[in-house]
Design a protein around this ligand. Sequence first.
Ligand code: AMP
Length: 283
Amino acid sequence: MQTIRTAKAMRAWSAAHHCEGVTIGLVPTMGALHAGHRALIRAARLSCDAVVVSLFVNPTQFGPTEDFSRYPRKLKADAALCAKEGVDLLFAPPVSEVYPDGFQTTVSVTKLARRWEGEFRPGHFEGVATIVTKLCSLVRPQIAFFGQKDFQQSVLVRRLVEDLNLGTRVVVCPTVRDDDGLALSSRNQSLTPTQRRAVPVLYAALRAGQAAVRAGIRSATRIRRLMRDKIATEPLARVEYLSVCDPRTLEPLSRITRDAVLLGAIRLGHVRLIDNLLVRRDH
Ligand code: AMP
C-alpha cells in the first residue's frame, strides 16, 4: 500500500491510473477508522480496481467551538486497517497542502445545507462540500463511497457531484452499528462509560418512531413526540433535533404519505451524536 501526502503526487497517481483504464474508488474519511469505514472500504474493494482512502481531519468543517483539536488521530492504526483490507493508496495530506496560504474558494450547497446539521453546525456543510470537491478533483474517482450514518451529508454530496459535473458516482452504504444499536462513530471514543451506556437511546428513539409508522401512525408531530419522549427517559441526553423529513429534499413532512427519513441529533456533555432511519410508507 502506497501513501501520498501531496496534491501534485495525488494528481500524478490518478492520471497514470486513468491512462490504464483503472476504475478508482474513493472512500473519504477523517481517520480513527472503525468497522463503519471498513464496510465502505470493502464495498469499494468489491466494485473498483483501485481503492483510495483519504485520511484528513478537515478543519473547515469544524466550527470554532467544536472538537477539531480533540478529534482522534490514529494514522498508524488506520494504515494497518487499510493495508489489511487491500487498500491501494492512502491519501493523507497535511492541512497546508489542502488549504495553502491564500486559499479562498469554497463550495456551498444551498437548500440542502440549511436545516438540521446545518442549523446546529453553521459552516459545516460548506467545509464538507469544499473538501469533497477537492478530493474528487484530485483523486478523480469513478465511484465515491459514503455512509448512510451521515444522511444529510450523503444527500448533499449526491447533489454536489451532479451540480458540479464531477463525474463521480456516489454509493451510500448502510450504517454499521454496535450490538446495542449505537451507530459506530470515531466520536464514540470520547464517551465516558456512563455516557456510553446512555447513548443507545438515540437509536431506540428512532426505532420507536419507525415502529409507530409501521403501526399506521401518519402524523409527524405524533412521531416526533414519541421520539422525544424516548430520549427524555435518559437524563444525560439533550435533544438537538428530531425530525421526520422527505429523504430527497430533507424538508420536514407533516404527514407520512410516502417514504421518509427520521433524523436525530443528541448531545451528552461535549459529545454530539447523530443517527437516522429510513421508513417506508408500506412498512
Ligand atoms: P468520518 O470519518 O466520520 O468523516 O466518516 C467517513 C465516512 O464514513 C462517511 O461517509 C461516513 O458517513 C462513513 N461512516 C461513519 N460512520 C459510519 C457507520 N457507523 N456506518 C457506515 N458508514 C459510516
